[in-house]
Unconditional design. Structure first.
Lengths: 580, 288
């Protein structure tokens, strides 16, 4: 093998945005080689986006600020060459599929950068079908980007970047806003470009399992500094180190690390599922796998009595003719923790919006506490059902945290003393009382979500719905919100969560509703639902790696394990507490 | 709650295939003529013609209705103010010394007693109502029937600076996103007990005012993100660039140009030469 060719270098790069009090990048030195797939990992605020923007010169040329050190791409110093020159060599794909597409047709989106670089019309026409083929979007030239799914939009963004024939393709969390199908499409496309066309990839992502699978090398950023570099095996092996940096290792690595800790020596911690399964198979072959069958799990609670929420033969057809719900019936009882999953367009959000009368049934009924929602206003329903959406910023519209939390209570004409008592109580519960006079939008994103939850809690609803609370959040942020949901559940609230991140939910949810094409495909306790792999795959969902490992444990039995801890305990011969 | 957003017509007609330049010319001509004319009957005919053209090319009737409904409060205000207070204006236009009363409030009524609404005032207000309606309807007629990319190429070829054309097209692209954001903010407010269903117009305006803060902040974040995206795509706003599409004028385009050039000349000559289109002229279509 010859010496790898350098494609980009960062030499002691430090950077401060114009008004930031401290450097966002600190003394980073890095070499990126031609044809490699370099993964950038780190918690929110670690400097991943800034690093990506340094590679195309936008940092510091567009933002200004103070830049130290040198960054070069294909030998061009990013300070000495205009962004438009660097754009010929560095293609960039951003996180939000909506904002980064600027044109109103697929072909125009691809052509835009080429037009700016004065590429002749005939050449542009020749490149469009080539790049669309590379991202498997052939035949969509004339489509409006609105007609594409989230994953297709991101692939279009990749195609537009590829059309420039860049030496380096930089992707900044391209899958964080996507459902599992979309994320799968994007990873598959990027891998193909890297392996088959030899495009050099730099990708920042929180998707640990996929990064372990596809990246050749990883760098770990923390507080703006490059703290670790290595292969996925080297980095994801260091499970304790990653967890200390608020990062989530792949579940297979966590599982074998726990097995190791429990006293069963694992010479090499596998970081890819296939390797984990092979290790288990090898142990079994050598008769070294002595599984302690799980004898005990809490028996799922069988709800009884009148349901708190009841949906009867619900249909919803949107004005454009989309049949979003087709005969959904279900009951949710007081005190349940329900997880609703399914790919985008499965009908999850449409369903929960009916609970609040934000949508009206085309056919069927929704009953809250036995009362038909058609007889209640949105405001009345909101007092019983709190709804937290994905983006807290769209739910904030007051000038102080206090005004935000008291907004609903004042609308609902509560006496002044009651308003003060309730608002104080919810702010205390969310740990935000000290911030009561601050502007909500001046708080960090996690705190803004808590402001919204506090405002909803002030109405003392019986049911709280979290709609995609973990999308766009890093591991720490996602866990933070889910811990709030756990506390609410423990205090007797009924909790409904919609999320694509199945690996986060075993510690929280009791019941899973799997939706597909506007219908309920499965309604079962989580230990059963997560092991219905074929059914989940049919709606493009993949269970967490721990489920696959659990299924590899038994010859004849399927153990209903869900988490790395449970699988590790089983393999290490330790009992799992509880009762079946 | 429904909102008015920009859209593209679904009907594939002769008009949708035309170049944007003759459409721009058409929009400019109709707007100028509507602005110059003051005769309510002629303004009404122009409005009807534009409205029929809109329907013919595929602009949805529900959209037109929504536009009319949105403008209705302003129109009513206009009719009331002009009906009661346009005396000096009418005198300057027609030289009339006395206006024709439509009705008069009884003299003993408090504050408004003796006030008279004039036929001429109402007629003048109707002229303004139709004028604004024509100017509003001509936008969907020209814009909704043109693909944004064709629009940019057409505008650039019409010597409109590329930067301006790009801002215009970006606005069209981001308009629906902005409306989605407004919807989701109002939805969030309803979820905090805001009874939008039973709210009066004044309170609604106050609610909309509250939407402005998160909306502007959101738009600022989005615009910075957009700018970063544009930079990464080598956008500089320079007209020195190539275009994927080219715009060539066809027979239909020349016919449209010729038709509206003739219409414009005829309208202006008739107006300044014989006073046709002035308030109260010609007498044979003077209905008051």
């Amino acid at each position: 093998m010859g010496t790898p060719t350098l494609i980009a270098t960062l030499d002691k790069v430090s950077y401060m945005y114009p008004r930031s009090p401290e450097p966002v990048l600190k003394d980073i030195s890095l070499e990126i080689y031609k044809g490699e797939f370099l993964g950038v990992i780190g918690p929110t605020g670690a400097g991943k986006t800034t690093l990506c923007l340094t590679l195309n010169g936008i940092v510091p040329q567009f933002f200004g600020g103070r830049f130290f050190g040198h960054a070069t791409v294909v030998g061009l110093d990013t300070l000495d060459h205009p962004i438009s020159t660097l754009a010929r060599h560095v293609g960039t794909v951003f996180e939000d599929p909506e904002t980064q597409i600027t044109a109103t047709s697929v072909e125009n989106e691809i052509a835009f950068a080429l037009e700016n670089l004065k590429v002749p019309r005939e050449e542009i026409r020749a490149r469009i079908p080539r790049v669309l083929e590379a991202v498997r979007l052939e035949g969509t030239e004339k489509k409006h980007p609105h007609e594409l799914s989230g994953g297709q939009k991101q692939r279009l963004a990749i195609a537009a970047a590829l059309a420039l024939q860049p030496e380096l393709l930089v992707l900044d969390e391209p899958t964080s806003q996507l459902d599992p199908v979309g994320a799968q499409e994007v990873f598959a496309t990027v891998r193909e470009l890297n392996r088959e066309l030899g495009v050099t990839i730099v990708m920042a992502s929180h998707a640990a399992e996929e990064m372990a699978e596809y990246a050749d090398r990883l760098i770990l950023l923390a507080h703006g500094a490059l703290v670790k570099t290595g292969t996925p095996d080297e980095l994801y092996n260091a499970v304790a180190y990653l967890e200390a940096n608020d990062l989530r290792p792949p579940q297979v690595a966590s599982t074998f690390s726990l097995i190791n800790k429990a006293g069963r020596a694992v010479p090499k911690i596998p970081v890819r599922l296939e390797e984990g399964l092979q290790t288990l198979a090898a142990w079994r072959q050598k008769a070294q796998l002595h599984v302690q069958p799980p004898t005990a799990f809490p028996r799922p609670r069988i709800p009884s009595g009148e349901p708190l929420l009841s949906v009867k033969d619900l249909h919803h057809i949107y004005s454009n003719g989309t049949h979003a719900l087709a005969g959904v019936s279900l009951d949710i009882h007081k005190g349940e923790y329900v997880l609703i999953i399914g790919q985008n367009g499965a009908g999850k959000s449409t369903l929960v919006k009916h609970f609040l009368r934000l949508l009206e049934p085309t056919q069927g009924r929704v009953l809250v506490g036995g009362v038909d929602t058609r007889t209640l206003t949105v405001g009345e329903l909101a007092q019983r059902i709190g709804y937290v959406t994905q983006n807290p910023d769209n739910q904030i519209f007051n000038a102080t945290v206090w005004d935000e939390v008291t907004f609903a209570l004042k609308n609902l004409k509560y006496p002044r003393e009651e308003v003060v008592a309730r608002a104080t109580e919810s702010l205390e519960a969310m740990g935000l009382l000290a911030e009561r006079d601050q502007h909500p939008l001046a708080l960090p994103k996690g705190d803004r979500a808590r402001v919204v939850i506090a405002a909803i809690l002030a109405m003392r609803p019986e049911i709280i719905i979290f709609d995609e609370p973990t999308t766009g959040q890093d591991y720490r942020g996602a866990k933070y919100i889910l811990e709030i949901s756990r506390k609410l559940h423990a205090s007797g609230k009924t909790v409904i969560v919609i999320t694509h991140h199945l690996y986060l939910m075993p510690e929280y949810a009791e019941r899973v509703i799997v939706m597909g094409k506007g219908t309920i495909l499965l309604d079962a306790p989580i230990r059963q639902a997560y092991h219905e792999i074929e059914l989940l795959n049919s709606t493009y969902l993949t269970p967490p790696q721990a489920v696959f490992l659990a299924r590899a444990l038994g010859d004849r039995h399927t153990y209903p394990l869900l988490t790395p801890r449970e699988v590790a305990a089983c393999v290490a011969g330790q009992p799992i507490e509880g009762e079946i | 709650m429904s909102t008015l957003t920009l859209q593209t017509v679904e009907r594939d007609s002769f008009f949708t295939h035309l170049d944007f330049r003759p459409k721009l010319f058409m929009m400019a001509t109709i707007t100028i003529v509507a602005f110059v004319w003051e005769n309510p009957v002629m303004e009404c005919l122009l409005t009807l013609a534009v409205m029929l053209a809109c329907l013919a090319v595929g602009v949805k009737f529900s959209y037109i209705r929504k536009l009319v409904v949105i403008m209705l409060p302003f129109d009513i205000l206009l009719i009331v103010t002009q009906g009661f207070f346009a005396e000096a204006l009418i005198r300057s236009r027609t030289g009339q010394t006395a206006l024709t009363p439509l009705f008069t409030f009884p003299a003993h009524w408090f504050w408004v007693g003796g006030a008279s609404m004039s036929v001429e005032g109402v007629a003048y207000a109707m002229n303004v109502v139709f004028k604004t309606l024509t100017m509003t309807l001509v936008i969907p007629l020209g814009i909704f029937t043109t693909d944004v990319n064709t629009m940019i190429v057409g505008m650039v070829q019409a010597r409109i600076p590329y930067k301006l054309a790009f801002i215009f097209s970006s606005t069209l692209r981001f308009f629906p996103l902005l409306f989605e954001e407004i919807q989701s903010i109002i939805e969030a407010q309803r979820l905090r007990g805001l009874a939008f269903e039973t709210m009066g117009p004044v309170k609604r305006v106050r609610v909309y005012a509250k939407v402005a803060v998160p909306l502007i902040l959101g738009a600022m974040v989005k615009s910075q993100m957009l700018e970063v995206v544009l930079q990464s795509k080598a956008f500089s706003g320079s007209p020195d660039r190539t275009y994927l599409h080219e715009s060539r004028l066809g027979v239909g385009d020349y016919i449209l140009f010729a038709f509206f050039a003739l219409f414009f000349v005829a309208a202006i000559v008739a107006y300044f030469g014989w006073g046709i289109g002035r308030f109260g002229k010609p007498v044979f279509i003077n209905w008051f």
